[in-house]
Write a protein that binds this ligand. Sequence first.
Ligand code: BEZ
Length: 251
Amino acid sequence: MNIKWDADKYTSDFSFVHHYGNDVMELITASKGSSVLDLGCGNGALSKTLQEKGYTVKGIDASRELLEIAKKNYPEIEFMHSDAANFSLQEPVDVVFSNAVLHWIDKERQPDLLQCVYQALNKEGQFIMEFGGYGNNQFIHESLAQIFAEHHYSYKMPFYFPTISEYTTLLENTGFSVRFAALFDRMTELKGEQGLKDWINMFLKTPLSLIEDEGEREAIINEAAENLRGRLYRSGKWYADYVRIRIKAIK
Ligand code: BEZ
């Protein structure tokens, strides 16, 4: 899926995405100096943290808008424009790290992505990943599906959120050995009184683009936020109902 990112807003209002990525790095057991590919590096914030931990880091991403920010903020790191399901490296790396990216790749393209990662790793290299797992943002997608239908549109959930068994099977079919896998809930605080509407506008551009009339689009988002208030607004704060899948696999 190709979406055009509002890169500045993503960096300023959705920084939780890379803050949570710090925990995922704890699964890396490669020694300092090892080479790491940050797959779907976005604005490069986690590539920088990986570098500060002593790794030699490269980043790839499909968004030119986010890469521009990454290159400007961290000129000392090599960032490249590439599709996660169609890339190759000149030199293999010891670790491929990926945070909050793999759910953007359609199910049909996941075997290609895993093949690219496999080829990009040295023998015994580590693939460390976290992304949206089965049931991710279910309240939000269910509510939007209902409101789209009331407005005579059909809502297509644009992400791939697999179960543990589905994804570990794909990894094993590629040749990986899975050493750790978990699926867990993480209610995630959003920023400000418009938090949920901002989240919907930022991440659901593809289904929203079906609705040409701006007023109707805004009405649908408002209705969804009101519909979800009882479940996702607590003590003056909006939350998104995230479910994460976190895996460590070895080549
Ligand atoms: C996620 O990180 O799980 C996610 C973020 C934005 C849209 C969908 C999923």
